[in-house]
Design a protein around this ligand. Structure first.
Ligand code: SF4
Ligand code: SF4
Length: 611
């Protein structure tokens, strides 16, 4: 540890965030390494260490001989201030070497409101922000992750983008980089070559042309760049890399437990859900492989809790078999098994009893909308009866805490839909009064509403977001309809969600806004104590851009999207058709019941989805 760091650490909160040295971290000899990657997570240690994607790719890269991948997280404000005061540049946890000394600087980006952290981290590292200002092969900056399906707001800062699942493409990128370094290529030569790897997007090879009204006329690729770049997927999850010798954090993190990934993709098609479409098609692990990975991870980490993660775990075909086997392992060892992402429509009594045996205490559902009409419009194929039946089963089995997640501002939403949330909550309370078996402890309902954000690659990608003022009116309407202490109602802040919409559907002109906002102090925006809407609004004004142009405007049917160059394998016409069905409150079956012809089957072996 450097002397500066030793001086700083006692003065900051949670110094364990900044020291590394955890069980399972990878240390390599610098003499045996020819490619060094600073793998940056643009949020705090606690959030980044809970990210399964980061853990997988850390293992994938470090499994490559000659490659050393180290972790870098965003420092909290107090640490950043001290680092700047003591001129301590951003460093990697394993070696404590400055990020500036690394060959590649990789970001994994899962949330739009972390964009300012990316710029701030580059600045703290002493690395030029704009790709054009970084010369040579050293310090190439690239990014992957869910937000990179529209990387345009970050286009000026990234040398290239890795689209889709990273297990295979990351290795190909690093192998190419090694060759380029060995042969002393120019940066341009490397970018031309990396753009030929399927799934790699090089923003500087594309020129956006704008019309007078500010919309895009075209995005023109240069001759060495592909017209569209298709995301990568891992076809067989059973044989894909999975880190069972996992890093054990030395402080409490957000998800402090073993996490095994059950499957990727989702058979549902909720029309607001970017993850549901972007991770298509569904690919599952076999129960046998999953069990082996779960037990090996528990044994190597010593964790006393395991969670099965996926977008919709209760849709896992082998869930019953797997849960039984897993509970046989967990219960005698006092290990808690949790299943997040349950859907009300397939939550069985048996499953509920099994979970209760392993110590689960709260029931979580995301009906998203308060009326059946709106649930049909968003294709959340769950009925009120299913929700109430689930609650009835759970209450009679001794559950007395429910978490409910809804959205406000969904396309076609009316006041009746907003008030429908309160009505549904009342019906749940009535179920508890009638069937609850643990009345003494009372019922606790945590009700949360998020502000609908239109996202690329969803049927609602064309939709306007309602204004923050209108959102707050709906929040107050709902608040006024809930008059019981059993319900703790929280809502997401409107300004943050509007910015999320701006960045989600934004073009590369927003790079200037990001830079200006960071210069004026924006960072850690996803944290309430740091988010400053005024800084953002000033940045928009000084760049001559209107946030409502991106968030609150309905995009034209044929409009050129900023993310037009990128393909997730699904057809645009499919999304438009789904949007039209939303306006008629028509639902679409899940992939297991009937294929809706989205196009993702083209990514599957033999052209057939195994939903
Ligand atoms: S069930 Fe719906 S909301 Fe959940 S991941 Fe699947 S598509 Fe998204
Ligand atoms: S091609 Fe059909 S089965 Fe496959 S993801 Fe699309 S809708 Fe679902």
């Amino acid at each position: 540890m450097t002397e500066q760091l030793q001086r700083i650490l006692p003065t900051v909160q949670k110094p364990a965030r900044y020291v590394g040295g955890e069980y399972g971290q990878v240390i390599k000899s610098k003499q045996e390494v020819d490619v060094r990657v600073a793998f940056c997570f643009p949020d705090t240690y606690e959030i980044g260490m809970s990210n399964i994607g980061m853990r997988i790719l850390y293992g994938v890269m470090n499994d490559m001989p000659g490659v050393w991948c180290e972790r870098v997280f965003t420092p909290w404000g107090d640490m950043e201030a001290q680092m700047r005061r003591h001129a301590l540049p951003l460093y990697a946890l394993e070696s404590k070497d400055p990020v500036k000394e690394f060959d590649l600087i990789a970001f994994t980006v899962g949330y739009e409101m972390s964009y300012t952290n990316i710029l701030n981290m580059l600045n703290l590292a002493g690395v030029p922000l704009r790709a054009k200002d970084r010369k040579g092969l050293k310090n190439l900056v690239f990014a992957g992750g869910a937000c990179m399906y529209n990387p345009e707001p970050l286009a000026d800062f990234l040398d290239f983008v890795s689209l889709g699942e990273g297990e295979e493409i990351t290795k190909e990128i690093l192998q190419l980089y090694r060759k380029a370094k060995l042969e002393d290529w120019e940066k341009e030569e490397f970018l031309r070559a990396v753009a030929q790897i399927p799934g790699v997007y090089v923003p500087s090879f594309y020129e956006p042309v704008y019309q007078e009204d500010g919309t895009l006329q075209a995005i023109v690729p240069n001759p060495s760049a592909p017209k569209t770049v298709l995301k990568r997927i891992v076809k067989d999850l059973d044989s894909a890399y999975y880190p069972t010798d996992t890093l054990v954090p030395s402080m409490e993190i957000v998800h402090d437990r073993t996490n095994v990934e059950v499957f990727r993709g989702c058979i549902r098609g909720c029309r607001f859900c970017q993850a549901g479409f972007c991770y298509r098609p569904v690919r599952a692990k076999s129960a046998q492989v999953l069990y082996h990975q779960a037990v090996a991870s528990l044994e190597s980490s010593g964790n006393d809790e395991i969670t099965l993660s996926s977008l919709s775990t209760s849709d896992y075909k082998e869930l019953d078999v797997f849960a039984d086997k897993m509970l046989d392992y967990c219960i005698p060892r006092k290990i808690k098994l949790s299943l997040p992402s349950l859907r009300a429509d397939n939550f069985s009594r048996e499953l509920m009893l099994k979970l209760r045996k392993s110590g689960r205490s709260s029931l979580t559902f995301a009906p998203e909308a308060g009326t059946q009409r709106l649930r049909d419009a968003i294709n959340k194929n769950v009925t009120e009866e299913e929700i109430l039946t689930t609650c009835r089963i759970a209450f009679s089995g001794g559950w007395n805490a429910v978490k409910l997640y809804f959205m406000l501002g969904l396309p076609t939403e009316t006041d009746e839909d907003v008030l429908g949330i309160a009505e549904l909550v009342w019906k749940i309370i009535k179920e508890w009064k009638a069937y609850g078996s643990e009345k003494k402890r009372g019922l606790s309902i945590n009700l949360s509403t998020a502000f609908f954000v239109p996202k690329p690659f969803t049927p609602f990608q064309w939709e306007a977001q309602i204004t923050p003022e209108e959102y707050m009116r709906r929040v107050h309407l709902l608040q006024s309809a809930i008059k019981t202490k059993m319900v703790d109602y929280r809502y997401h802040g409107p300004e943050l969600s509007r910015l999320e919409a701006v960045l989600a559907r934004g073009d590369r002109r927003l790079g200037a806004v990001l830079e200006e906002a960071v210069k004026n102090g924006a960072r850690l925006d996803s944290w309430e104590e740091y988010f400053r809407n005024d800084i953002w609004m000033e940045a928009f004004a000084s760049c001559g851009l209107d946030p409502n142009f991106y968030a609150c405007r309905e995009f034209g049917k044929e409009e050129v999207f900023p993310w037009q160059t990128i393909s997730i394998g699904l057809r645009r016409e499919f999304f438009w058709h789904e949007r039209e069905k939303a306006y008629q409150s028509l639902t679409t079956s899940d992939c297991r019941t009937q294929c809706a012809g989205c196009g993702a089957n083209s990514l599957c072996p033999g052209g057939v989805c195994d939903a």
